[in-house]
Design a protein around this ligand. Structure first.
Ligand SMILES: [Cu+2]
Length: 211
């Protein structure tokens, strides 16, 4: 099945092939809202494969971006990367991929289980058995779906695979967006709590108290 990413006003389209991740860029010269269409008749859902691209003046864009930021400077819940962060904690990726190892010396043996993923995107990764690979979208995806396919040299192949049943295609997109966003110091500590679901009570309930 082939789709096609097209923005008629920008006079351009790209084939969208499952399993291939590429980027495109534009230098727009006119503020406005433009249609995105699937430009390849692809089946039943074809007419729903639409979207919009907004071209804004820099100050408007900055204001929009600021609106997404929370008080701690992080981009808020709506973005794929922010949702990926929640998943990363929920799926316990953090038990192996963590930033700061327990300062508690009794736990020293459990440290350094997995590579730190900060700054991974587009870096060169040496592989067990020789050779290197550029950590692009395809590599990050494959590393999650099928960690044995390419093993980062020097690490034990202990990562479990995350097939469809555990991580849906959409969740995989979020995890990849999160990993791509990671800069040095961004990974939460292993002991960080994963965020409570939206709408959950902010104070603990009284269960368990005998008073
Ligand atoms: Cu389509």
């Amino acid at each position: 099945m082939i789709h096609d990413f097209g923005i008629p006003a920008f006079r351009n389209k790209f084939d969208v092939v499952p399993g291939r991740y590429i980027s495109t860029w534009y230098k727009p010269n006119k503020v406005g809202k433009y249609h995105i269409f699937c430009d390849q008749y692809c089946g039943q859902g074809h007419s729903q494969m639409v979207g919009s691209v907004y071209v804004m003046e820099q100050p408007d864009y900055d204001a929009w971006l600021d609106g997404l930021r929370k008080t701690d400077g992080r981009i808020g819940d709506g973005t794929p990367a922010a949702q990926g962060r929640q998943l990363f904690l929920k799926l316990q990726c953090i038990t192996c991929h963590n930033n700061v190892y327990d300062s508690d010396k009794s736990n020293a043996n459990s440290s350094n289980r997995a590579p730190n993923l900060e700054g991974l995107f587009m870096s060169k990764v040496p592989l067990t058995g020789g050779g290197t690979v550029v950590a692009d979208d395809n590599y990050i995806r494959e590393s999650i779906r099928d960690p044995m396919a390419k093993v980062h040299d020097g690490w034990k192949p202990i990562m479990p695979p995350y097939p469809q049943g555990k991580v849906s295609a959409e969740e995989l997109n979020m995890l990849v967006a999160y990993i791509k966003s990671l800069q040095p110091g961004d990974l939460p500590r292993r002991t960080d709590q994963f965020p409570a679901p939206v709408g959950a009570p902010t104070t603990p309930t009284e269960g368990g108290s005998n008073k």
